[in-house]
Each structure stands twice: as structure tokens, then as C-alpha cells.
Design a protein around this ligand. Sequence first.
Ligand SMILES: *Cc1c(COP(=O)(O)O)cnc(C)c1O
Length: 534
Amino acid sequence: MSMNNQGRPTSFEKADPNRRQPVAPGTVTPEELATVSGDRGLDHEEALIFELDHGAVGVDLPDVKVGDDHLGGMRRNGRIGLPGLSEPEVIRHYVRLSRKNYAIDSGLYPLGSCTMKHNPRLNEKMARLPGFGDLHPLAPASITQGALELISQLINWLTTLTGMPAVAMSPKAGAHGELCGLLAIRAAIAARGEDRKRVLVPESAHGTNPATAAFAGFTVDEVPAKPNGHVDADALKAKLGPDVAAIMLTNPNTCGLFEGEIIDIAKAVHEAGAYFYCDGANFNAIAGKVRPGDLGIDAMHINLHKTFSTPHGGGGPGAGPVVLSARLAAYAPIPLLVASATGLRLIEDMAAAPDGAKPFGRMCAFHGQMGMFSRALTYMLSHGRDGVRQASEDAVLSANYILASLKDVMSAPFGDGPCMHEALFDDSFLEGTGVTTLDFAKAMIDEGYHPMTMYFPLVVHGAMLIEPTESESKESLDRFIHVLHTLAEEALAKKTARFAGAPHLAPRRRMDETAAARKPVLRWKPNPLKEAAE
Ligand SMILES: *Cc1c(COP(=O)(O)O)cnc(C)c1O
């Protein structure tokens, strides 16, 4: 095993224009603050793992004897090109990277619409029980009764909390659930022998809503919002007609407001022969308080990774079960969980669907995200029915506390009344201060906070959406409020120094986010030192 470090680049050899510079220009020069190692305090720089590669092997494998080749001459001759590091080096690499990450486990995560709440460790413990965590998706029902029972109990919770008769468990995220719901609606319309192509989507909707409708083969017709942040119910009703397949409404909506006219809207939608899809991403505000089935909703996804505390971020994993009304239940996709004389089993074959079931197809291989199911059910069982309700109430209370505490300095377009689980501000208070919305958000990073959701919903110019969730203590909320209040006061007093070019204290300065998205550099740079040595 080689531990030869020669030729390895150290971080300070790499000039990076985005490296952090001193906060107060003029007091200390960058040279004076530069360190020999390139690290700053206990904040380590870290190269790409390919740049760290020095051909070490982290495990000892027996040498393959010449002539011992059972692979019919297919043995690889050269190096595979994977980075070679010893085990301690691999551990350090990933621990250092993880310490650059901001996570709900390190601080308040105010991203609106994302419901970044604490993930209880009990959830993790249950998800790792070997009978759940190590289960193979093809294991026969005879040895998976416990896991199927877990799914069955979760189905019971979801249908009870929503007041809906059926749920499709397999969708792997909210957006996937939207697709599942619209495909069920498409199948129901086809079964009626009708051709309905239009889907009404409010302009305040999350971008996944129109994208899903278009992907499912519908045309999207936008419904305007009223100045008070609610969907324009009259405009919506005026758009209903024989070619409308469905509406997609978010409730509470993306402005953090409960759509009070929802029952009336549902009635009009059904009278027009259309279906009501609800984006349930904001269920954390109403779980245990309001049953969407009572509002006339036909299909709604539930982001287990938001409302029911399973971890999310960085693209996954997630789970987006879709509850279905009696009008759509028959079209739920396979697999279907059914009880039989020999116990629970999954029906995986369309032709074997029970009487009355007309599955529209299948959303994905297997039955969904078992790890998310175990975490979500653990969360439900440990909270109980009253605890789930209290979580919703506390989430709404936290958001209103933030709204009430900040609206004297930050403009809140709908701040006259209470909000649901998230507080919406906009950037009009920054007008004329020389501080931009982005400056303000980036200055939060210097204060140790992840910025809030910015520029969403699109119906509000310069939107700043803050969702504290119920899992923050009052002390944590007070500290957050104090920081934002002070930042807003400084901006209003045109004390702009800390905002210009923020963040100043993060491992990197402000990035060119457009270039990062449009021209990402995904390949590792060949190591010039190493090339010279070879
Ligand atoms: C998060 C979210 C979605 C999409 O859910 P994913 O699980 O990220 O696919 C849809 N609508 C709203 C309002 C959301 O907040």
C-alpha cells in the first residue's frame, strides 16, 4: 500500500479568485491574512478527490496469480482511473466536505415551501432496522409481511389525515406525485370517452405544476392571482369549460395563505366535469387540522420529505404518495397493496388487478421509497394524532411570530392578516438603499444562516419566503429575527458595506450562479504538478 504524498497538490497552490477575502477592506491586507496551509482556522480547504489521488489502495486484496484468470481473457489491463486514497484520507476528504455544508442539523433553514424541519433520529434508527433497511425489492411477500404491514399502516395514516379513500404509494417525490395524479385524471377522462386537454394552473404555482401538466400531454392555462395573494376564483370559474381536464391548486398557497374559497372552487370544477388536483407540498400547515377530502380535492401529493420529516435536499431521496378521491381511486397505478388469505401482498401485474380497479400503469420499478416510508410512519406514530396537529399549529405560530416581528422593517405584501406556515416578504423595503435582494440574502450567510427562498412565488416582485417550521425553539426564532431585523435596519440606514459582495465570511465569495448553471465545469482539472512528475 503506497502512502506516497509526493506530487500531491496542496490547496494553497491553487489560486482561486473566489477565496474568502478580509471583511473590512483596508484593515488587513489579503496577504497579511493568507495562511501557509491555505486553510483558515479550522475551516479546511479541500481539493477534488481526483486531485488528491496518489494511487493508494484503501483495501488489501490478494494478488491475482498469472494464469489464474477465470475471466476468459477479459481482465482489465490498465488502471480504471478511479482516485486511489487510503481509508483515513477518504474519511477526511468527505468529513471536510460535509463541514462546508449547511444543514438542518447545523442551523435554522428558512427556505420557504421546502419545510426544512428536524429529522428525528428515531426515524433513522427505525429505517435502519435490518427487516426494513436491508430488504431486497424482489423479496417474496412471505418474508416481507412486516414491511408490507408498515406500508399498510402508513396508507391508513395518509388516508385518515386527508379523508381520502385511496393512495398511490410509489411516486418518489412531489413532482412525480403530480404526474401520477394527472395520469390518473387522464385515465378517468379517457374512460368517460371524453377529450379534455386544458389544465388550469394559478400563476403563483410552483414551477413543477405547469411542467407536469405539459409533460402529461395537457396544455396549461394560467389563472391570475388577486392583489391580496389569493387565486382569482372568478377568473378561474370563467375559464372552466368542456375541454378543461383539471385545475392544479396549491393550498395553503405559495404566498403562505389559505385559499378560503376552495370549497366553492371545487364545486364549480366538478360541475364543469373536471378534476381538482391539489399540490399538497404545504400540508405541514394543516395536517391534523383540515382533511383535503372534505374540501373536494380529487388528488393530492404529500411530500413525506417535507411534512413528515424525512430528510431531503441535494436532490433526494424523497417520497410523494398521492391520495385519491373516490372518483379517481380505481385508476391508482400498480403496485397495489391488498390483503389476501395468506397475508398482505403487492399486485404487480395490471391483469391481476382486483375487480373494479383500472390501474393507469406504473410509476416506477418496485413500490417506492421504503426508507422514507419507515421514517414517515415513525414520525406519525411518535407524534400521534394530536402531535401531528400540534406540529401544524406550531409551524403556523412560528411563521406568524416571524411575520409580526419583522414587518416593521421588511415589507410584507400580505402582512395585514395572519399567514399560514410561511411568511412572505418582498424587496420593496430595499428600494433606494443600494442593497439588492441578493445582497441581503447573501449577508445572511455571513451571519450563519442559509438564505430564505428568494424570487418565489413569482407573483410577488423580489419575493423572500421564510418558513421556520415548528421544530425551532422560541430562542432560535428570536435570534434569527434579531439578525434579520438588524440587517434590515442597516440596509434602511444605507450602511451598505457588509452587503456589497457578501458573503465575506463563507468559504467562498459570491459565485456566478448563471455561469455555474449554464457552463458547469464538471471535469476535474488534470493535475499539473503530477503531470510534471510523471
Ligand atoms: C417542493 C414542492 C413541490 C415539488 O416537490 P418535490 O418533492 O421537490 O418534487 C411542488 N410544489 C410545491 C409548492 C413545493 O413546495
